[in-house]
Design a protein around this ligand. Structure first.
Ligand code: FAD
Length: 429
């Protein structure tokens, strides 16, 4: 009997998992997760994401056990643990999801050195990263032509959960890693494939149809899918979602943005550190303003509402991400990397492609074709939170101010004492 190892990384699901399906088709399988010390102690290991990951692993183990298999868990260096298990089980092949981050590529190189038959599979994006290239370039630098090519690309089949997952006998399953850290957001969403599928089902049979109208309305908490962290950890398959939502291009376009940033990050692995398109911007340094922004105390209600949602939920509405990021970089004149790091700390969906890719887009150093675009926070607030509902929800000091007054408390006769006046902007605005 052939035995192979299926190494789960950020594809923590049984549905539509090409690496798992290929491993199962070949014979016995060792479904393995290695709690990798380098990832679990680095800057990507924020308390919210570790909590989400813990949920996802527990759910994955339960799903595998329900199929008569198990999730084999080890801690340490992935290549060493794979080598040990290959030796123990006689496995000769290894399957895993394709991943193009710098660290994932170095991990893959170490795995390839083990002498196993290593195959990488699609599954972390809708269209595999690197499959689409413009003539004369290695990646798309602008979204619209990418989107056109993306939409026209034939999709592979969506895969079912493998019928049978047979584990070699006598393997020690290992304990799930302890991923509890202090500082988890009080209203962080739950991770795991079961939860992802529950959300997908209700989204696809309900609100997706109205997405184009609701996606920018800050007060409408159900106007977007809330699937980003599930996609981040692979609890949901991006391809399955794109195929099921094929009749809703306003929504699949966002999945294409996700793929787009992945191919940019693969071609430019320094995306979280260096300007993609340097324009000689001179950033200011202002610790006081940065701290006020991080804590949701800038005195600009729509900005503070977004930042408080982020801290409370480990999530922020996309429109609020745009407004808060624009305020930090364009109004306060602070370096996008500072904002990126704050988001990286809190976001359950925070990753190495979408987070810096979007920050650079807003800061004008990235893929935006209009790098001088600015967003006036008050105008944004009036447009996307016309009745002040979002602001009153997240900034309780302003809860008694009616309608749009909540956006400009400094104009109200009785501005609450406990709400700060707006920060002074460098341009005097
Ligand atoms: C400054 C800034 C930082 C961001 N950082 C991240 C991040 O770290 N991780 C992340 O997943 N998204 C990031 N985004 C994109 C976007 O805000 C979130 O994906 C979205 O708000 C998640 O909510 P949702 O799942 O309800 O999205 P929906 O509106 O339901 O969209 C569906 C899916 O499409 C993808 N998507 C939507 N918008 C974008 C986008 N602009 N770029 C890339 N993918 C997108 C996400 O996977 C999302 O789950 C960032 C945006 C900004 C402006």
């Amino acid at each position: 009997m052939n035995t192979s190892i299926m190494l789960f990384t950020r594809d923590l699901r049984l549905h539509d998992n090409p690496a798992l399906t290929a491993a199962c088709a070949a014979g016995d399988v060792v479904p393995l997760f290695v709690a990798d010390a380098r990832i679990l102690s680095g800057p990507m290991a924020a308390p919210n994401r570790l909590r989400f990951l813990a949920d996802a692993l527990a759910d994955l183990r339960e799903a595998l056990r329900a199929k008569g298999a198990d999730l084999i868990v080890r801690e340490g260096d992935p290549a060493q643990e794979v080598a040990r298990l290959a030796h123990e089980t006689g496995a000769t092949s290894l399957h895993l999801a394709d991943d193009r981050s710098r660290y994932a590529l170095s991990r893959l190189a170490a795995l390839r050195d083990l002498g196993l038959d290593v195959t990488t599979h699609p599954g972390t994006t809708v269209v595999p990263t690197g499959d689409l290239r413009p003539t004369g370039g290695d990646h798309y630098k602008v979204f619209t032509p990418y989107w056109r090519a993306w939409a026209a690309t034939p999709r592979r089949d969506v895969l079912r959960v493998p019928r049978k997952i047979s584990l070699p006998d006598g393997l020690y399953p290992g304990e799930l890693p302890d991923l509890d850290r202090p500082g988890v957001s009080p209203a962080l969403a739950k991770g795991g494939e079961s939860e992802a599928r529950r959300i997908m089902k209700s989204w696809l049979t309900g609100r997706v149809a109205a997405y184009d109208d609701s996606r920018d309305l800050l007060s409408d908490d159900k106007g977007t899918s809330h699937l980003s962290a599930h996609l981040r950890f692979g609890c949901a398959s991006p391809l399955e979602l794109a195929v099921a939502a094929a009749d809703h291009p306003a929504f699949t376009r966002q999945l294409a943005w996700r793929d787009f940033h992945h191919q940019v990050a693969a071609a430019f692995p320094d995306l979280s550190r260096r300007d993609y398109r340097p324009r000689g911007t001179r950033w200011r340094s202002d610790d006081h303003a940065l701290k006020a922004w991080e804590e949701g105390r800038t005195g600009v209600p729509i900005v503070d509402a977004g930042m408080r949602q982020l801290r409370h939920e480990g999530y922020m509405h996309n429109r609020a991400r745009l407004i808060t990021a624009s305020y930090l970089t364009r109004d306060l004149g602070l370096d996008w990397r500072l904002g990126y790091r704050c988001f990286r700390h809190w976001l359950a969906d925070g990753d190495l492609a979408n987070n810096p890719g979007n920050w650079q887009w807003v800061a004008g150093t990235g893929n935006d074709t209009r790098p001088n675009r600015t967003m006036n926070p008050l105008r944004q607030a009036d447009r996307y939170d016309p009745d002040g509902v979002y602001v009153r929800r997240w900034v309780p000091e302003l809860a008694d101010l009616p309608g749009r007054t909540a956006h400009r408390p400094w104009d109200a006769l009785d501005t609450p004492d406990d709400y700060p006046p707006p920060l002074t902007l460098p341009n005097g605005g």
